[in-house]
Design a protein around this ligand. Structure first.
Ligand code: SF4
Length: 314
């Protein structure tokens, strides 16, 4: 099969090319993306694809067209549907036209890898355009390899773009980043305020969510729970049963376990539940023996009460 593969950029091409090659298909890459703006971004993506296709010894055709004015004129009246109404169509139409004129049997596009594109509409548009030119649209759901491809592109040191392509997508991405920054900064402020309040009661006291992937942290909790059981029941529990119970405990409670820190050292933890009104109810507080009766339990409980009051006022 002679396949002309429209490529939106190098990072998205990595997995598509590798998986097609595994199927025994050697595509020719076709660059045609007048939707990418501003010009330096267009150039950066195009040049990255040039270098990449050269490095993997793959045929690539670059149809140059930088089209800010033309693109904006065509999408400005309906920005919400610009992808499916215009952007996919012009790129795939040009790809199909070139394919037909140059003896290819089929076209496809690396846009099919992106979980951020309107996949079903893209597929339909590809099929319609291919039919019009009487060639095949080779459909593959490349989305399955999106993360893998992006990771490989990063490993190869490729330029990784931050937005889809047009200036409207750049604006959306900037707003999303701004929102994330604002949320992070609000959370950091809340954490600082909480540390100040806790330190007012017991200097250098703090707590933070359990890091479930941190084995040392999980072991710390396991040992405290084991000691607690021994103390309460005056005997040790069978190791196998103990492990099973602990695994279940972590599975059910990990999200709501907070590790208590004193001078950056773990000294205990507490667990609980988020109630329907979004407040937090502490169920158990466990503190290492040497830190008990120093007001730590009270400081933690008061802090949670304080946070719950704030939630109630919202
Ligand atoms: S968001 Fe992406 S696919 Fe949609 S119009 Fe812009 S560049 Fe094209």
């Amino acid at each position: 099969m002679r396949l002309l593969l429209h490529a939106c950029c190098a990072p998205c091409s990595v997995y598509c090319i590798e998986s097609l090659r595994q199927e025994g298909i050697e595509p020719t890459i076709y660059w045609y993306n007048p939707n990418i703006h501003p010009y330096m971004e267009y150039k950066q993506r195009r040049d990255t694809l040039k270098e990449y296709t050269k490095s993997i010894n793959m045929n690539a055709i670059f149809k140059e067209e930088y089209g800010l004015d033309e693109f904006c004129k065509n999408v400005i009246n309906n920005l919400q549907t610009r992808c499916q109404d215009y952007c996919y169509k012009i790129r795939l139409e040009q790809t199909a036209k070139y394919a037909k004129e140059n003896g290819y049997d089929a076209i496809s596009t690396t846009l099919l890898i992106s979980p951020y594109q309107k996949h079903e509409q893209l597929k339909e548009i590809g099929q319609q355009i291919a039919k019009k030119y009487r060639i095949q649209f080779l459909y593959r759901d490349f989305r399955i390899g999106f993360r893998e491809g992006q990771a490989k592109a990063r490993e190869l040191g490729m330029y990784m773009q931050k937005y889809c392509g047009c200036i409207f997508s750049e604006e959306m991405s900037k707003s999303a980043h701004q929102k994330k920054d604002e949320e992070e900064s609000a959370r950091a402020n809340r954490d600082t305020e909480r540390r100040i309040r806790l330190s007012d009661c017991v200097p250098n006291l703090d707590f933070r969510p359990l890091k479930r992937e941190n084995k040392e942290e999980i072991d710390f909790i396991y040992n405290i729970k084991k000691e607690k059981y021994k103390e309460e029941n005056k005997k040790e529990l069978d190791k196998e049963i103990q492990n099973k119970l602990f695994e279940r405990y972590i599975k059910e409670n990990a999200k709501n376990i907070k590790v208590i820190m004193f001078k950056e050292e773990k000294i205990g933890f507490f667990d609980g539940k988020i109630l329907e009104n979004n407040t937090f109810r502490i169920d158990n507080i466990f503190i290492l023996k040497e830190y008990q009766n120093k007001g730590i339990e009270t400081a933690i409980s008061n802090e949670i009460l304080f946070e719950n009051e704030k939630v109630n006022k919202l």
